[in-house]
Design a protein around this ligand. Sequence first.
Ligand code: ASP
Length: 486
Amino acid sequence: MTDEPRVLVMYVGGTIGMQRTPRGYAPEPGLLGGLLGRMAQFQDPERPRGTMPVSQFGRVVRWHLEEYSPLLDSSNMDMADWVRMAEEIARLYDEFDAFVILHGTDTMAYSASALSFMLRNLGKPVVITGSQIPLIENRNDALDNLLGALTVAGHFHIPEVGLYFHHKLMRGNRTRKMDASGLDAFQSTNFPPLAEVGIGVDVAWHRVRRMPRGPLVVRPITESNVAALRVFPGITADILGNFLQPPLRGVVLETFGAGNVPDIRPDFLDVLRRATEAGIVIVNCTQCPRGTVKPDYVGGRALAEAGVVGGADMTPEAALTKLAYLLSRSELSVDEVRRWMAVDLRGEMTVPVERPRFDFADSRFVRGVASALAPGEGQLEVRREINRALLPVVMCAAASHGDLPTLRALVEEGAAPDLPDYDGRTPLHVAAANGHGEICRFLIGQGAGVVPRDRWGHTPEDAARAAGHGAIARMLSGAAVSGEGT
Ligand code: ASP
């Protein structure tokens, strides 16, 4: 960024710039711009309009305010408004270094999630914020939130759609509004903040997504036939059946705990099965504010058997907007939409590591190691644990030595080709770092993910490049581009 970064501030509506009226708070055109121009925090009196005073980091942020017409309470916003914001960012992308969106809090988490999907290859900061109390009030949270958002956007190159609230920058598609009255209103329970603002600004760079390679592309959300349904005790199959009707194309099913529904109710499961067979994409998300969906219980497994896609730890907001985004892509079949729903596209989900289907009893290779460690019958659980602990290490070791026959044997016996070790390094990372192109091609051919990140945030391509294996890095980059597609 330059010493005088330019930030476009888009005021789309919400409490932050509202005025008191006899019927309650309402957005007031022109109010926010007038206030900012008179406040010392936002305006250096000696410099042109929109020039902030020098920051603690020695930079002068220059903002330009653009106001929407009409200004909206965010409860009145819909998908067309999401697209409008995305297209405006794309239109002015080259003119500004960063973007701040001032938005109502009620549906801010939806807009942040939707923008993250629509702005493919985003390479500049987009920070969305708002407030619970308007800036015109004497005591407010608007000043802190707006100043914090401008500071973060204007100083730190975080190429993501972030949501800034109450001293934290969070990944937008991980957030939820959790408090209708308190000032610490947004939480990102399944993913720690990208930055925390205290005396200084502490950016967790290892969590920040890498710069994309390609140019920004807006892929608009046009499909509005999506919905969310919260399961509750005693929900009838009739209600569910009436809900799952055309023109509905996608549903976020908010289930109990780790993704459960009543599994002793064949009528309920039948309705779901019929809906998935009819082409409705149903995604299983937990109604708990924290945690992830897992197929550990009979109820969760029954859903998977009925064709319901596991939503891992996605928020319902992220799942709904992702569903709308993927269903808007006319080139994707229903099965492809289901497959992409389970893939992490923009950091919105923690992809569950597939447990190895591998069983050492079938494998001569690991059998020797396992029997040495856990001799005797009747210790299946111990053996399984040993498998779980050893397999990634053994696979990474084989990848590091270029030992294709061993890798092939393990994969043929059911080991996942991209099993990460304790540092999140997959066999592809190791093969790439050691210059074993043939092993890389084999692993990719077996369906290994090309862009997993290890605990330092590095992809296999990064590992190849760092070790000077340019040809392998280029091959991995090509595979990532052709494979991702969304
Ligand atoms: N109803 C308002 C809105 O979402 C609330 C707020 O901005 O905080 O626009």
